[in-house]
Design a protein around this ligand. Structure first.
Ligand code: OOG
Ligand code: NI
Length: 460
């Protein structure tokens, strides 16, 4: 029931992503510095590596590169998560994937809100890694009840944002004016607040339980805690960060450097302490650190088989390291990763033949000029050069990497070990719907591209 006067959700998402980036750049100047470094690096890579430039042009990723970023937030209650899901839906963002962070001692579970169709991703690949605090993991019943009562009192959406979400749902979309109002109002949910909602002592208590609990419970809303641009060469950015006054974490999360990048590589830097006023103080005499910076490099999405191989090699390298990667063992960790990942084919053809990665298929000029192709298989078309492939970019996140990013920004406080297991069902109940399986989305995109090729060629 799409109305001609309604703005497409993809465009609303594109506008929102830009507004978020502008807000964050103003709030956190280091983000601006990082964006410049990433832009410079991307220009350099595109100029010096025509192969990458060609590949990004043919997939259309070149046009979305400068728009590309993800953010992260953490919410405290089921109601907050469910309303967020509705807010993101106005922008065409669906919850994709389920990530359990408790094995890494972080008391949350998460999903990523993002567009799901390749055409929508092309307009704006903006994603938000969204975590729900697991209050049940606070051991002290009194503190747990206190945290719950503080969260129950807050309202993280503006009244106008709520009205607009409802209008979008009942009308089936938003008009131009409503869409701009929505962007402005939705942004308020993610804004930083210099004043806390608890006293300094209460903050200390929450923080002593887990720094993340204080970050979620003690504030008016789920401030965006980082916004991550996409770089084409994360090793260059990592190496240049110190010269720009930015200190990166010790190791890059994700797979090692390769000829054919896979999945996601990420690095981050710690945010500075920021001044905060607690409710029993009239000036900003306290401090809190939550906001940090991160960059990422994206590679090919892996099939279940590829992902299983990735997980096995990553675990093998980490097991052999016998410790969490840190400053002291970083060189050894990189060595072990390179060694173990030697087993992962590093050519597109190798990954395709072994069905380790997802691909997009394109008809070539030669293919368009050919005829009499009835009954010919996809493999025949590929070897005849009538069709060619590009890897599908990974649009999601990685739980082990996410845990590393969380931890590096929570400080090196003692590791907590939770005796609970992942609970996707409870997460989905809070969310008010099921999360989408990301692997199914890649398989569908790949299949659509194959079908388009076959249709185009068999007409010829
Ligand atoms: C989210 C950390 C995870 C990523 O890119 O994997 C993350 C958070 O700190 O809230 O951002
Ligand atoms: Ni992130």
């Amino acid at each position: 029931m799409s109305h001609p006067d309604f703005v497409s959700p993809d465009l609303i998402r594109q506008r929102f992503s830009k507004a978020m980036s502008d807000m964050y750049r103003e709030e956190v100047p280091l983000y601006g510095a990082l964006m410049e470094l990433v832009e410079q690096t991307n220009r350099h890579v595109l100029a010096s590596d025509p192969q990458i430039a060609r590949q990004l042009e043919s997939t259309g990723e070149i046009q979305r590169l400068d728009l590309e970023r993800h953010g992260a937030i953490r919410v405290g209650t089921a109601t907050e998560l469910a309303t967020l899901a509705r807010l993101f839906a106005v922008m065409g963002m669906q919850p994709v994937g389920y990530y359990d962070l408790t094995p890494a001692g972080v008391p949350v579970h998460s999903t990523a809100f993002r567009a799901v169709h390749e055409a929508a991703l092309q307009v704006s690949p903006f994603r938000v890694f969204t975590s729900l605090l697991r209050l049940e993991l606070i051991e002290d019943p009194e503190l747990r009840a206190f945290a719950q009562s503080v969260l129950d009192k807050r309202s993280i959406f503006t009244p106008t944002a709520r009205v607009l979400i409802e209008q979008a749902e009942t009308q089936g979309g938003l008009t131009e004016k409503q869409a701009w109002d929505f962007v402005e109002q939705a942004l308020e949910t993610f804004r930083w607040h210099h004043s806390a909602t608890v006293t300094a002592a209460q903050y200390q208590q929450l923080s002593a339980q887990h720094r993340l609990i204080a970050d979620v419970v003690a504030f008016k809303g789920p401030h965006i805690n980082h916004l991550t641009p996409r770089t084409l060469d994360i090793d260059i950015v990592q190496a240049q960060m110190p010269a720009h006054g930015i200190t990166p974490k010790a190791v890059i999360e994700g797979p090692p450097r390769r000829q054919c990048p896979i999945l996601l590589r990420q690095t981050s830097f710690k945010a500075l302490d920021e001044p905060i006023a607690f409710t029993d103080q009239d000036q900003t005499r306290g401090s809190h650190s939550a906001r940090f910076g991160e960059i990422e490099q994206r590679g090919a999405a892996l099939t279940p088989k590829g992902r299983a191989l990735y997980d096995r090699l990553l675990n093998a390298a980490r097991d052999e390291l016998k410790d969490f990667p840190n400053e002291a063992n970083a060189a050894r960790y990189n060595e072990l990763m390179a060694q173990h990942f030697g087993e992962f084919p590093d050519t597109l053809e190798g990954m395709r033949r072994q069905e380790l990665a997802y691909f997009r298929y394109f008809v070539t000029e030669k293919g368009l000029a050919a005829d009499g192709l009835d009954g010919v298989t996809l493999e025949d078309l590929l070897s005849a050069g009538y069709v060619r492939v590009e890897p599908l970019v990974y649009e999601d996140f990685l739980p082990v990497s996410a845990a590393g990013i969380f931890q590096s920004n929570l400080g090196d406080a003692a590791q907590t070990h939770y005796g609970v297991h992942s609970n996707q069902q409870a997460f989905e109940q809070a969310l008010g719907r099921k999360t989408i399986d990301e692997l199914g989305l890649y398989a569908e995109t790949q299949q659509r591209s194959i079908e388009e090729c076959l249709t185009a060629l068999k007409r010829g």
